[in-house]
Design a protein. Structure first.
Length: 326
């Protein structure tokens, strides 16, 4: 039975010195646990799995194989960044799986939010299982479990594990971050040399843009979510809101309204902007985004994003609205 209680003597990792001490200690522990064996990691590009990857690359190099599954619901530029940082810069063994068509075909016509989540979760396990079977001699499975996952849910959260793998693929777990809080993971990630926009990024749900393309996902509307999200993130970064606002993103509902572009009538989707602050995601308040910035973003989205003719700002705190729209 693994010990799942953070040692009382463990100091909060808040400085580069403490992060370096943690890293040195973990490198020894990882080498002792793994020896000359092989280890597998599902690398989403989120903070936790990225920090686990960076630690393992330092500890055991090519004994680690990272699998990055592109399910088509990632933000603009994310798969490219994972490949650039881990394969090109850190020289990791990285298997990139383009599963976009698989996921979107399975999701076609499915409108119910929990059903969409189930399909995405189940398909992810299936794709990961197929990749694991192609590799020989894997004995360990690394996971980005962090301490809140253990505290909140007993067994780790779905997006932090690939539990559900069949019996014959039950590997020994490697969980170097399991006693760390999120802020500590970020300090460690920064010290490991990961880019700031990876280490300090806002929370992103496991089902990704899939829950922001409301109702049944179509490829064209999903692109409208991805492109509008990229514009929002770019403008928030330029205007000092990145790192200040807890979570911000766009949603594209599955209805249309009339508009005019270049003197012609249009019948297109609206984009909804959501920007919220919270401590724990249980309640949330809406960020007071400057009106001039909202107008500027509206202008960019309506002129640059295909199929969109309106932009709305969601003024709803949680409760009564949830942070996501599904
Ligand atoms: P809600 O919408 O419930 O979201 O107010 C609270 C926080 O949880 C995130 N979220 C998810 N994260 N898988 C995840 O990993 C999910 O299915 C999921 N749904 C919501 C949401 O982005 C927010 O930060």
């Amino acid at each position: 039975m693994a010990n799942n209680v953070r040692p009382e003597t463990m100091e909060r990792i808040s400085t580069p010195e403490l992060a370096r001490a943690f890293i040195a200690e973990q490198l020894d522990a990882l080498r002792a646990q793994i020896g000359d064996k092989k280890v597998l990691l599902a690398l989403s590009g989120g903070v936790d799995s990225s920090v686990v990857a960076a630690l393992l690359i330092k500890a055991v190099g090519k004994q680690l194989t990272c699998v990055h599954v592109n399910h088509g619901l990632l933000r603009k530029g994310e798969p490219e960044q994972v490949i650039r940082v881990f394969r090109d810069e850190m020289d990791a063994n990285l298997v990139y799986v383009d599963a976009v068509d698989r996921f979107l075909d399975k999701l076609a016509g499915v409108a119910e939010p929990e059903q969409k989540r189930k399909i995405i979760g189940a398909e992810f396990i299936r794709v990961f299982e197929e990749e694991a079977r192609k590799l020989d001699g894997i004995e360990f499975l690394a996971q980005g479990t962090i301490y809140p996952d253990i505290l909140e849910s007993g067994p780790v959260k779905a997006h932090h594990n690939v539990g559900g793998l069949p019996e014959d693929l039950q590997f020994e777990l490697v969980e170097p971050l399991k006693f760390l809080y999120k802020d500590e993971v970020r300090v460690v990630g920064h010290e490991l040399g990961l880019p700031d926009n990876m280490v300090y990024r806002q929370p992103f749900p496991g089902p990704g843009l899939g829950v922001r393309c409301v109702g049944a996902i179509t490829r064209d509307r999903l692109e409208a979510v991805r492109e509008s999200d990229a514009i929002l993130r770019e403008e928030f970064a330029k205007n000092g809101l990145e790192g200040k606002v807890w979570q911000y993103f766009t949603i594209v509902p599955d209805f249309k309204s009339t508009g005019i572009k270049d003197g012609l009538r249009t019948y297109d989707w609206p984009v909804v902007i959501r920007a919220v602050n919270t401590r724990d995601a249980v309640t949330a308040t809406v960020e007071d985004v400057p009106f001039a910035l909202l107008q500027h973003i509206t202008g960019r989205i309506t002129s640059e994003v295909k199929g969109v003719n309106r932009v709305l700002f969601d003024l709803t705190p949680k409760p009564s609205g949830t942070i996501e729209w599904e």
